[in-house]
Design a protein around this ligand. Structure first.
Ligand code: BEZ
Length: 245
């Protein structure tokens, strides 16, 4: 019985092993064919934020609703200096046929005639999906889960979100993450729960007793206690700094 359990655990652990970049890691590099031609990632995106995302399969309904939404928001993300790159374990011709069908036939929440202009990677051999831990075998061993990697202009992974096959992504949250990450970089602050531009921001933890005292006495900073300090950050200032004109 003990031996059987050990074998089962070994097999289980073997199945679990997959590589996955984590926050702060360099985004794994790859070259791939896409619906917009070849890409060399992340080198081609130096200087831009990128959302690299996977979806389970072409010609599936949740993915279709997501692609229509991503494509409709492409300009909004571009204004926040953020490019979109998609991926699934499908071939190029499937991708092309699916995107043509979306444009010609599918309407979702009033969005119709939608053209997907960002690259969709063909990854039939799962090379890229494996590098990014997009195949999670206990969910599905031939389809990518809905992974979202937020990659900064230096090619560093700054955040990641994973959703299962059955759950379509929340695009308000994806946009909020891109704006919040850039706000943290631009203003040297952190953003609290459910933060949106215009809400107060968090001043990072005090590193010394002196800093803690200074903060308690600073009239621009609102400290509930020495470790919980916020300040106002004007919405227009945030958006002026982050959004392209
Ligand atoms: C979908 O996109 O609809 C979907 C894909 C794979 C499994 C379940 C749903």
């Amino acid at each position: 019985m003990g031996q059987n359990t050990a074998q089962t655990n070994e097999q289980y652990n073997e199945k679990q092993v997959f590589s996955m970049p984590r926050i702060g890691d360099a985004a794994p590099a790859f070259k791939a064919t896409t619906t917009q031609g070849p890409i060399n990632f992340p080198a081609d995106y130096k200087g831009d934020w990128v959302i690299l995302f996977s979806h389970p399969a072409d010609f599936t309904p949740v993915c279709t609703s997501e692609f229509i939404t991503f494509a409709s928001l492409e300009d909004k993300f571009a204004k926040a200096n953020c490019k979109l790159v998609g991926l699934s374990i499908d071939g190029l011709y499937s991708h092309i046929a699916w995107l043509r069908t979306i444009k010609e036939k599918i309407e979702y929440k009033g969005m119709k005639d939608v053209e997907v202009n960002f690259p969709l990677i063909e990854d039939i051999k799962m090379d890229v999906a494996r590098k990014y831990g997009m195949i999670q075998e206990n969910e599905d061993d031939t389809k990518a889960v809905r992974a979202v990697f937020f990659i900064d202009p230096k090619g560093i992974v700054r955040s990641l979100i994973y959703y299962p096959l059955s759950l379509g992504r929340n695009f308000d949250e994806l946009y909020r993450v891109i704006i919040a990450l850039q706000t943290a970089d631009e203003f040297g602050v952190a953003t609290p729960a459910d933060w949106y531009p215009g809400d107060d921001v968090i001043i990072g933890p005090a590193g010394s007793c002196g800093t803690a005292n200074d903060r308690m006495e600073d009239s621009d900073i609102d400290c509930k206690d020495w470790f919980f300090c916020t300040k106002k950050l004007d919405k227009d200032l945030v958006l002026d700094r982050i959004l392209k004109k």
